[in-house]
Design a protein. Structure first.
Lengths: 335, 324, 350
């Protein structure tokens, strides 16, 4: 693995810049805006946690970065840039060159995300060979090296294993090996630990942190689990109904959540040691994306909402240093 | 795996033995026997003669005894005489077998060579004009009655534009390779139209299913081109169920296609089975049907082995796949 | 031996030395069965009336198999399941049916556990029909009452499952379990398939039921935070054994088994800061088809010694705390939790 894979982009600005991204799916009932105009960026070597429940648009926006939004969905607005390269302006044919090379993605279910009829080693070798010149033997070497780096014991034996012969945690390590084979600047992880046992989840989180220290890539870590995000992320972005509702550093968000949805999420999750008599709940259900209220998307479930909230969509703006929220009711602090 | 194959072979033998009795009994239960036909064609035979003839051929004995008699002879390689063809059964069959093999073999190969790429193409361009056209053609091929298709082809290519022979396996007076080939064209076309339609639909459905899988998305995410994803990742997975279907229809390879053979007067196994049953040629019918059973059993086994070979998740030794 | 004993009341459910092994068969005439999955290896515990016992563990630990054996969906290879004093494994026919009235189950998958072809009223009312309780009008009334109690609109009684959300379906499943007024409910991961914000609603519902009706629960989950919220006692399972069983507060303040500590350590705490490297327990959850010798946790345990490799430790009481039992040759001391000493670091021991 070349040390050129360490992110050398120290002063070159963010690894990923997303501006006003919109992703729409045509449906029988009209266009569904899965992502309704979001903007964020990730700096080199940092980890951004993306939190939200199902349907909030966190996975779709990540797929858009790789140009993998499943049809008939499409990016209908905004830009995505990797460094200075504008992904949204690229030709379909040019995208494979950046996938796996500049940005990689790992998914939730390692069992189904790996091809069942190819050996694990072959799949990792392919990830390397797609972007690097070399013989089959070079690819195999590279794959074996990656297996070692993700701490899989007996890499030679494991190279020949098929996915069904490995445990869930081992498969996820193999996926990480595959994703990092060419040293991308950005790794997007979509719920990578959700399907794993809790002790294995802890291992994988640690592995990802170690890999970040070794490879220097930025990580976008998507999860519905606040605790997991809190353990790995430097900054956190909370999404709801296709919008970003709050964005801040991890400490800021957990010590002082400003958006009512963020607060509600934190309070409704039972946590160890905080045995309450009754868990707070969020009234109502996750909204139908085809039927959003005209103003703030959370307004029909928010305890603080008033008429103003229902009519106008609050912009995502700075409430305190580095802490943004999209809420008319969120307090602003002095610097 | 060897244990598994041995076990299946033993099972197959058992099934064959049981089937031989079942077929024997079914044939024996049919109204009429060879002596009846002899009586019809020769009015001078008296009932006494009939009774004597029956005794000679052993047709007056009970079914089970007749079966055992037959089984004993069969075990020593004597499958009896064909009444219709006036030769030992085992001398008659090879000719018909070869004809059927040519016909079905060609059909088989051509169908697969066309169906697999066309099916994949249709799957990748789902809902496009090309896909609809292909689907329409497949449904047409599957729905058209074979006898009508055969007749149409004969009318067009053997009567209206007489370029191909309408029937038979070769021209009168024997034929060379080219002659036999020309005789095969229309029957093969008739049969492939049906098979291509069927296999293409399977391949298309299987490919669509595979392209929806997560590992295809992973392959794209690694930076593989669309071609590579289809050929290296999707194809092998998509072929798995299709291989099973193909291997199973392989079993028909030797039982022939009755309607087509009749329409084209093509002397294959299908026609042989039909003629011998209708002509009360018990020995011939029995052996031909048993042969068809044997081929089906072997085809099933081949399908299972092929599947296990192609899909590493399948293991018949019962334990190689558990994760550690 | 159990909290129920100390209260002087007979336990409602008592499970003794349950063993269940599943054969992994080969195929065909001549193939041998090539091994067994050791799902349960001698599981024992008791639940008193109105008490909630949580059964926790990761995949392959046997918690779901335990639930199924208790509900008589499987027969145990050996051991007994005593419900109100009668061994369920011995019951047949009408006696089994009437025992089942008092013991109901709620499953994990709100999408798979409801018959998609039956309207909700039929789903909730079916147990009444099976046990021939009440007239049609009475049943109808009871179904409506149940729906209101679980937070559903009785006017939706004629709708089909697919017309409800996941959380609502789980409410239907709970209503179905409650309609016979059972004494014990087995809940097998009832929250895992639900969205985060819905989980709290269902959890509240279960807690209300627990308090209002004085029901006993056997609550199976992998989520320790939920356990802290809901259970009276906790049993930790690993590879078909109970490795620790204790009152809730005791388990979370002074876990004695290294695996319990590992589970607690692994739980991410929102706002708890970045994960400290090197604290995750190494190694994989082992394969129940080929369990390790001796104590099943020894390959991953930093404190394992020779005796751990050879002999399975028995469940024994912790000194001065009769209700807290642990199966370990080297149980942890007080203060193991604060010390932050993970049970295993470094390379996995496989």
């Amino acid at each position: 693995m070349s040390s050129a894979s360490q992110a050398p982009h120290g002063d070159l600005g963010p690894v990923l810049t997303v501006r006003d991204l919109e992703v729409t799916f045509p449906t029988a009932r009209g266009p569904l805006r899965a992502v309704g105009g979001i903007s964020y960026s990730i700096d080199p070597g940092r980890t951004l946690g993306v939190v939200g429940e199902s349907g909030c648009g966190k996975s779709v926006s990540a797929l858009a970065v790789l140009g993998l939004v499943p049809p008939p969905g499409q990016v209908t607005g905004g830009t995505i840039a990797l460094g200075t390269l504008e992904v949204t302006a690229m030709d379909e044919d040019a995208l494979p060159a950046i996938r796996g090379e500049r940005v990689s993605m790992i998914f939730q279910e390692p069992m189904t995300a790996l091809n069942p009829v190819l050996s694990v080693g072959q799949q990792i070798a392919e990830a390397w060979a797609l972007h690097r010149a070399g013989t089959a033997a070079d690819a195999r070497e590279a794959a074996l090296t990656m297996l070692e780096r993700v701490r899989i014991p007996n890499p030679v034996e494991r190279y020949a294993n098929y996915p069904h012969q490995m445990s869930g945690g081992m498969r996820q390590r193999a996926m990480i090996a595959m994703a990092l084979a060419c040293g991308p600047e950005l790794l997007i992880a979509d719920e990578p630990t959700t399907a794993l046992d809790v002790t294995i989840q802890a291992q994988i989180i640690e592995l990802m942190m170690e890999m970040q220290a070794e490879f220097g890539m930025a990580i976008q870590f998507i999860s519905h689990n606040l605790g997991v995000v809190s353990e790995i992320a430097d900054d956190v972005m909370v999404m709801y109904a296709g919008h970003i509702v709050e964005m801040a550093s991890t400490e800021q968000i957990f010590s002082n959540p400003r958006h009512p949805y963020t607060r509600a999420l934190m309070e409704t999750v039972p946590r160890l040691g905080a045995r309450a008599t009754r868990l707070p709940t969020i009234a109502g259900t996750v909204p139908d994306l085809l039927d959003l209220p005209p103003g703030c998307p959370f307004s029909d479930r928010c305890p603080l909402a008033d008429e103003g909230c229902r009519q106008a969509a609050p912009p995502l703006e700075v409430k305190a240093g580095g802490h943004l929220a999209a809420c008319f009711k969120a307090q602003e602090d002095g610097p | 795996m060897t244990r598994y194959v041995m076990g299946r072979l033993v099972e197959s033998v058992i099934v064959l033995v049981i089937m031989s009795f079942v077929i024997y009994a079914l044939i024996g239960l049919m109204p009429g026997d060879p002596i009846d036909l002899m009586i019809k064609s020769d009015p001078r035979l008296t009932p006494a003669d009939a009774a004597r003839l029956r005794a000679v051929y052993g047709l007056d004995k009970p079914l089970a005894e007749r079966y055992l008699h037959w089984a004993m002879a069969a075990l020593s390689g004597d499958f009896g005489h064909s009444r219709l063809y006036v030769q030992p059964v085992l001398d008659v069959m090879p000719g018909f077998l070869l004809n059927t093999f040519n016909l079905m073999g060609l059909t088989f190969v051509i169908s697969i060579v066309i169906a697999v790429p066309v099916g994949v193409y249709a799957a990748l361009r789902q809902h496009s004009a090309g896909d609809y056209a292909i689907n329409l053609a497949c449904f047409a091929g599957i729905s058209v009655p074979i006898f009508w298709l055969a007749l149409m082809l004969i009318i067009v290519f053997a009567v209206l534009i007489p370029v191909l022979p309408a029937s038979g396996v070769s021209s009168v007076g024997g034929g060379g390779f080219l002659d036999r080939a020309r005789h095969l064209v229309l029957p093969v076309v008739t049969l492939t139209i049906f098979s291509i339609g069927s296999y293409t639909r399977f391949m298309r459905a299987s490919t669509i299913e595979v392209m929806r899988q997560d590992y295809i998305r992973t392959a794209f995410a690694k930076g593989a081109s669309r071609n590579r994803v289809v050929v290296r990742h999707a194809l092998r997975n998509a072929l798995l169920p299709v291989v099973t279907i193909i291997a199973l229809s392989f079993g028909t390879l030797f039982s022939g296609a009755l309607i087509t053979e009749t329409m084209f007067a093509y002397p294959g196994m299908g026609k042989l089975i039909y003629d011998s049953i209708m002509g009360n040629d018990f020995n011939m019918a029995l052996v031909a049907l048993l042969f068809a059973t044997l081929v089906t059993l072997l085809a099933n086994l081949a399908a299972d082995i092929a599947y296990a070979w192609l899909d590493p998740r399948i293991s018949y030794s019962g334990g190689g796949g558990t994760p550690r | 031996m159990s909290a129920a004993d100390s209260q002087g009341a007979a336990p409602l459910l008592e499970v003794r030395d349950l063993v269940k092994h599943f054969a992994i068969g080969g195929q065909g005439l001549f193939a041998r069965s090539s091994g067994r999955v050791h799902a349960l290896n001698g599981v024992s515990f008791a639940i008193g009336p109105g008490e909630t016992l949580a059964l926790v563990g990761e995949s392959g630990c046997g918690k779901t198999t335990t639930a199924r054996v208790i509900a008589r969906l499987y027969r145990p290879d050996s051991g007994s399941v005593l419900f109100k004093g009668t061994d369920l494994a011995m019951l047949k026919g009408r006696k089994l049916k009437s025992a089942r009235r008092a013991l109901q189950m709620v499953f994990q998958d709100p999408y798979g556990s409801l018959n998609p072809r039956l309207p909700v009223s039929a789903i909730i009312g079916e147990p009444l029909v099976i046990h021939r309780l009440g007239t049609a009008t009475e049943r109808h009334h009871r179904v409506e009452t149940m729906m209101v109690q679980v937070g559903l609109n009785p006017r939706d009684a004629d709708h089909y499952p697919h017309q409800f959300s996941g959380g609502q379906r789980q409410r239907i499943a709970i209503a179905r379990a409650l309609v016979l007024e059972p004494e014990l409910i087995i809940a097998d991961e009832p929250l895992s398939a639900l969205d985060v914000s819905i989980q709290s609603q269902i959890l509240n519902l279960l807690k209300d039921i627990q308090e209002d009706r004085g029901l006993a629960f056997l609550f199976i989950t992998h989520d320790l935070a939920v356990v802290d919220y809901f259970a009276d006692r906790v049993a930790v399972m690993y590879l078909g054994h109970i490795v620790e069983i204790a009152p809730r507060a005791a388990l979370f303040s002074t876990p004695r088994h290294p695996y319990s500590l590992a589970l607690i350590d692994a739980i991410p705490v929102p706002g708890g800061g970045k994960r400290r490297l090197g604290t995750a327990t190494a190694g994989d959850v082992p394969n129940p088809a080929s369990p390790p010798s001796g104590c099943p946790f020894h390959p991953r345990c930093a404190k394992a010694t020779e005796v751990c490799r050879e002999t399975m430790p028995a469940l024994a009481g912790v000194p001065n705390q009769a209700e807290h039992q642990v199966a370990c040759h080297h149980p942890l001391e007080d203060g193991a939790l604060e010390g932050g000493a993970g049970p295993a670091t470094g390379a996995p021991r496989q």
